[in-house]
Design a binder for this molecule. Structure first.
Ligand code: GTP
Ligand code: MG
Length: 227
């Protein structure tokens, strides 16, 4: 698959792909779920988070990255992930699977609670090195996505877009939504310009997201290369 993708256009080198593969070849496990930011560990790990609308495929992306189907719980029913679920491995990284936003059908007090948790976490977490904002490739950026991007821009938390469910689109449609989304974020101050389009179901683009994570660690001086 690596041969088919243009790494330069993604800001990656082959060594990022290799390092990304290594990071996720290690066993990953569930650390804990927290309902409030004060339950978060303070051990100095580099943290990344998966944010996005309810049902966009955050938990599925995590499972695809680690190659373990059941590590994070997924569901057809929006609102499956209700806490900040933390996952760690041997390396310096922690991954946070977040509750989704924009789910109108859940009870209002639950929605309020999740939204508060999402905002408090994204605004206040010093360890948070990058947020991967997942966007359903069939729908593109929606108003509640833009609200989150605005908040991240204001708080200067770097973020990167990952399009999900690419298997649901024809290649031409996917190219179009990718270009539109890239254009839409091009002037946003905290947006990282490279997008991945992924299918957790088919595995497309998963190596690219692993590479993005390796590059982030590399940029932070936290990448441990193994020969
Ligand atoms: P919440 O935790 O409720 O916010 O949802 P989530 O963003 O974690 O979504 P989740 O991973 O639970 O996936 C939601 C639904 O989308 C499930 O039925 C998944 O099987 C489906 N799904 C996720 N990724 C893909 C994909 O790449 N392709 C297809 N076709 N379906 C997907
Ligand atoms: Mg989830």
């Amino acid at each position: 698959m690596a041969g088919e993708i243009n790494l330069d256009s993604l800001g990656l080198s082959p060594s990022h792909l290799d390092a990304g593969a290594q990071i996720f070849a290690r066993p990953w496990g569930f650390e804990k779920g927290v309902v409030a930011p004060d339950g978060l560990p303070t051990d100095g790990r580099v943290e990344i988070a998966f944010a996005g609308r309810s049902n966009v495929g955050k938990s599925s992306l995590l499972n695809a990255l680690v190659g373990q189907k059941g590590l994070a719980r997924t569901s057809n029913t929006p609102g499956r992930t209700q806490e900040l679920n933390l996952f760690i491995s041997e390396g310096p990284l922690r991954i946070v699977d977040m509750p989704g936003y924009g789910f109108a059908k859940a009870p209002k007090d639950a929605v309020d609670r999740w939204n508060r948790l999402i905002r408090r976490y994204l605004r206040g977490r010093v360890e948070l090195a990058r947020v991967f904002v997942l966007i359903d490739s069939r729908h593109g950026l929606k108003p509640n996505d833009l609200e989150i991007l605005k908040m991240l821009d204001e708080t200067a938390v770097g973020y990167q877009i990952v399009l999900t469910k690419s298997d649901k689109l024809k290649p031409g449609q996917l190219a179009r939504v990718t270009a539109q989304t890239a254009e839409a974020i091009s002037k946003r101050p905290a947006a990282f310009p490279f997008l991945a389009s992924t299918s957790s179901e088919k595995g497309d683009g998963i190596d690219v997201v692993r590479g993005f994570i390796a590059r982030l660690l590399d940029d932070l001086g936290a990448l441990e290369f193994e020969d």
